[in-house]
Design a protein around this ligand. Sequence first.
Ligand code: ATP
Length: 307
Amino acid sequence: MLSVVPRAVVVRVPAKINLHLGVGDLRADGYHDLLTVFHAVSLTDVVRLAPAEELTVSVRGDGAAGVPADASNLAAQAAVVLARRAGIEPAVHIEIEKGIPVAGGMAGGSADAAAALLGLTRLWRLDVERSELMSIAAELGSDVPFSLQGGTAVGHGRGERLTPALSRGELHWVIAASREGLSTPAVYRELDRLHAERGSGPAELEPPDALLSALAAGDPERVAAAMRNDLQPAAISLRPALRRTLRAGIDAGALTGIVSGSGPTCVFICSDASHAIGVAAELSGAGVASAVRTASGPVAGARVDND
Ligand code: ATP
């Protein structure tokens, strides 16, 4: 029987937010120890993978101009690593449609790397166990395993070691993106600088028990009360205007707001979908963000769309 080689594989992959981001000591390898709770939300990138003469990348959509369309693109790096493991050439065209804010603290690049890994195992018909795919993902970047897995999960280490977290029902979010991104390494450096200036060290990495029990109960008010981001002071120190964005979301009626990961995207939790629509409308009018969207979570990780 003739086997049908797929002409292209399309993968949809979500953004992440950190409901909790505890930052511990700086390790010898230059990374900080993290204890985080990831949550995948319904802002997505779509990545199309098609056979080509050689590895090429094209990017369109929101913020595409800030994304490299060459071998440094994280999706291209994923293709190279996977092809090397399989002993083949990475002969693929990668077409990325960005819906996830670029350099926004929502793991957009990691999402595209995860999408490429998943889609290329399909396109190249590779027999790769899920656990092996997760370990290749962890080599590519700390957030890549979660982009594959999705849902809500506790991340340890650099954030790459995951344990799924129980969560009931849907949470509703308003996402406020900024025109100009923030560099993740620069935000960590600023955190270290703030600690040195204040003569304080990082806080102990405490398990986020109150948050995990609020998620299990599906109670947005308790989730709001338990959200925490240790990178937020550093992101605000580099971008003081974020204070105004956070204030505007709370004034618009959100339960609370937090900087997402290393920022500058701010995320606001609401009690239900219609509350989120109202907060988003008011926040749009406040003129403190370049784009305001509603989203819900948890959603699944990277998924092939054209099965
Ligand atoms: P994180 O939350 O994982 O720290 P981020 O969401 O802040 O990341 P990204 O959107 O992943 O940031 O982009 C960070 C930088 O990575 C961009 O400025 C861009 O130059 C580079 N980059 C490489 N590949 C991609 C990609 N596929 N999508 C977005 N950015 C990419």
